[in-house]
Design a binder for this molecule. Structure first.
Ligand code: PLP
Length: 387
């Protein structure tokens, strides 16, 4: 019988997708998957956008349309002061996931070690496995989940070639500080490491300070590939449109890998994407205010149920410490929330390689207000907290 490749052993559909299926089966409110059921900006879909018949439908050049790359460069400059040349340092990709796969493929060799900070976005692990790279986890602990020098230095070995960071973070919602990024920069410099920074939530944050792009800190620009996505800022994850930016010689190699993997990012959507990226500051202000309101509403629901949600300063997830439920693991907590409250969440284990020290679940608040209200009502069903 024809079998599957060795490197695919143990890889399964993500826990997130499996929880969505279970939510459907039992009729639960699904806070598990970051499906972003918030509508995209109307002005990008209609009202001035060119008609779909008028946009290009053929392949683009592998790096993407100039109009898209220029819009990415302008947006990065505007939102975080990050300077990239749209002609040579920006690549349109099939989502941030496509950007990550092309980056790993282009810049690392099979067997290389890649540092991941736990808790991490679970696709990092499967992406590393698909291209034959080795995860090297560094445990960050709550409630602040801060990166510090000592554990990071302890994790780096002579096989380590790269680190993946994520700010604002999925699942914790934390934004890395300048001090933490300086630690990353120092260790990367000491060991000549590639830094891959996933900044797909760069426009979603809740305090006054703008997004701090890793590549603007210390000397990180020379060794950093920044990944972005239109899926989060414009609620269009199904467009599968993202980008990778970085030093010209790295982006050039990523472009060759992306060409081999997928030829180019969807052409018509690059045109619509450029329009979205050019939306003004009012759009982002409203986006942040909306998510801030949703974040507070859901956090109050978990707190009223006796649990301990963190206070994320970006992205659209709560990372909830369920210790007071008297359970040992996030998987148990998620099971009780599903069966007892009909609320679907993701167990904290999905974001760790080794078991986390507390029973966490992640809850997404990128959902319509009535869905969040239903979830909060269901969380109010008593009996979650023991002792
Ligand atoms: C941290 C992070 N990176 C990347 C992605 C995937 O982005 P895309 O849909 O653009 O591939 C997600 C989606 O949830 C995410 O949370």
């Amino acid at each position: 019988m024809v079998g599957v490749a060795n490197r695919m052993r143990g890889l399964q559909q993500s826990v997130l997708g499996a929880m969505t299926v279970r939510c459907r089966q039992v009729g639960a409110v699904n806070l598990a998957q970051g499906l972003s059921q918030v509508p995209p900006p109307a002005s990008v879909l209609a009202g001035g956008a060119r008609d779909f018949a008028d946009v290009g439908h053929s392949y683009t050049q592998p790096e993407g349309l100039p109009v898209f790359r220029e819009a990415v460069a302008d947006k990065l400059k505007r939102s975080s002061g990050l300077s990239v040349d749209p002609a040579t340092q920006v690549l349109a990709t099939v989502g941030a996931t496509g950007a990550l796969m092309a980056t790993l493929t282009a810049l690392l060799d099979e067997g290389d070690g890649v540092v991941l900070f736990e808790p991490f976005y679970s696709y990092y692990l499967s992406s590393l496995q698909v291209v034959g790279l080795r995860p090297q986890p560094v445990r960050l602990t709550g409630p602040d989940f801060a990166i510090t020098a000592e554990p990071l230095r302890a994790a780096v070995t002579d096989r380590t070639r790269a680190m993946i960071i994520c700010t604002p973070n999925n699942p914790t919602g934390r934004r890395l500080t300048a001090a933490e990024l300086e630690v990353v920069a120092a260790v990367a410099q000491e060991h000549d490491l590639l830094v891959i920074t996933d900044e797909v939530y760069d426009e979603i944050y809740f305090d006054a300070s703008p997004h701090l792009a890793a590549a603007t800190v210390a000397n990180l620009a020379e060794r950093t590939v920044t990944l972005g996505s239109l899926g989060k800022s414009f609620s269009v994850p199904g467009w599968r449109l993202g980008y990778a930016c970085g030093p010209e010689h790295l982006v050039g190699a990523i472009r060759v890998a992306a060409d081999s993997l997928v030829v180019c990012a969807p052409a018509p959507l690059q045109e619509f994407g450029a329009r979205a990226l050019n939306l003004g500051e009012d759009y982002y202000r409203e986006l942040r205010a909306m998510y801030d309101r949703k974040r507070r509403f859901l956090a109050e629901g978990f707190t009223a149920a006796g649990l301990s949600p963190n206070e994320p300063d970006g992205a659209y997830y709560l990372f909830v410490d369920c210790s007071r439920m008297g359970v040992a693991t996030g998987a148990e907590a998620a099971e009780v929330l599903l069966e007892h409250n009909l609320v679907g969440t993701v167990p904290g284990e999905a974001f760790h390689l080794d078991a986390p020290d507390r029973p966490y679940v992640r809850a997404c608040f990128s959902l319509p207000d009535d869905v969040l209200a239903e979830a909060v009502d269901r969380l109010a069903i008593g009996g979650l907290v023991r002792g």
